[in-house]
Design a protein around this ligand. Structure first.
Ligand code: CA
Length: 365
């Protein structure tokens, strides 16, 4: 229902979609038109991040830079931070209607429009970064993602990954499930829904309010990203304990949104530039987060005396049980069910393989 309402609400998008179809006839003509005629193709990229936001906003800038360089100056992508052209949460619509040709964000922001979108960013107790890439590129995930966005005239591409995040900053200790009850935590999306079902109180607030709310006790806990972002944000000054692991975001994939019509108008070699720039940016962001998180965690512990704590296994297991119930409820349409089944099958197999590979290795290292 939600989806139909959203799609019909975007009357403009339907028109854009039709235009894209009618233009596919002339695609052959474009394919051969690779000789540079001196006319630069200007693209606008709108993002859900503040300009140059650590890791994520930097990732958007890097992607634009790659496209500009790899195209040999034939394309010029200009990046706008959240609120500069459109507010963060209007990035999806903006690219869908072609007001911007590209967007950079995370699919879980579009859950209100498409139930299953979070599966392509992160869901509680979902896939880690390595597994997300495996599922998307070689496990059928990307095809399903494209099918989900196709009716609104958007092409999604994985364009970054944060790796496993942290559970968050807490001013109260979590020793048993009882401690979750009534605990006010800034935790958005499906993670927030799980928190609520476990008896906690999820609080929605923009990033700018997190620090003060935590410091004044208006909330008891807050999740953000991981050591690199959290150190820059200064959250260690507002909370006692830093809990792990980030069960709610085990390997968040960032997305590039590409307007289908704009993409199809590009000559084939520039289409390849855009796609492969996204793939390079996708791998690069995870490398950056891995290197920066390692350093930042040491700084938090050694310089700022942060107390690290692991969530108790029985608490994690209960949150995982609730998550699985909740994830199954998200699938409404036939496509939703195919997404859920593909995801669940991949996760089951990955769990088995990673138990005898990564997990065993980590424990023995
Ligand atoms: Ca987060």
């Amino acid at each position: 229902m939600k989806r139909r309402k959203f799609v019909s609400g975007l009357g403009v998008t339907a028109a854009v979609g039709l235009t894209a179809c009618s233009q596919s006839d002339s695609k052959k003509e474009h394919k051969t038109a690779t000789k540079f005629d001196g006319k630069v193709i200007d693209w606008t990229m709108v993002t859900t991040w503040p300009k140059n936001f650590a890791g994520l906003g930097e990732g958007a800038e890097y992607l634009a830079e790659l496209i500009n360089q790899m195209s040999g100056g034939r394309m010029n992508v200009k990046v706008y931070g959240a609120g500069e052209l459109v507010p963060a949460l209007q990035v999806f619509e903006s690219v869908a209607i072609g007001a911007a040709q590209m967007g950079h964000g995370a699919a879980y922001y579009w859950r209100g429009k498409l139930n299953m979108a979070p599966f392509f960013a992160a869901v509680p107790f979902g896939l880690n970064a390595q597994e997300m890439n495996g599922w998307l590129f070689h496990g059928g995930g990307l095809e399903l993602w494209r099918e989900l966005y196709e009716p609104v005239g958007l092409i999604p591409e994985p364009a970054g990954n944060t790796g496993v995040q942290m559970a968050g900053w807490f001013n109260k200790e979590i020793k048993t499930l009882e401690d979750v009850k009534g605990l006010k935590m800034r935790i958005p999306g499906l993670g927030g829904e799980v928190w609520k079902r476990a008896g906690g109180i999820p609080v929605l607030m923009p990033g700018g309010e997190v620090f003060t709310s935590l410091e004044t006790g208006a909330i008891d806990a807050a999740e953000w990203v991981g050591p690199y972002n959290d150190l820059a944000f200064g959250l260690f000054k507002a909370a006692k304990y830093y809990y792990y692991p980030g069960w709610h975001e085990p390997g968040t994939t960032l997305e590039a949104l590409i307007n289908k019509d704009a993409y199809e108008k590009l000559p084939e070699d520039l289409q390849q530039v855009v796609t492969n720039a996204c793939r390079t940016a996708n791998a690069d962001m995870l490398s950056q987060f891995t290197a920066r998180n390692n350093e930042a965690l040491q700084t938090l512990i050694e310089k700022h005396g942060v107390e690290l704590k692991e969530l108790p296994q029985d608490v994690l297991q209960e949150l995982a049980r609730i998550s699985d119930e909740m994830l199954a409820e998200q699938a409404e349409t036939e496509l939703d069910k195919r997404i859920l089944n593909s995801f669940k099958k991949f996760r089951k197999e990955a769990r088995q393989w990673h138990k005898v590979s990564e997990q065993s290795y980590y424990e023995g290292r």
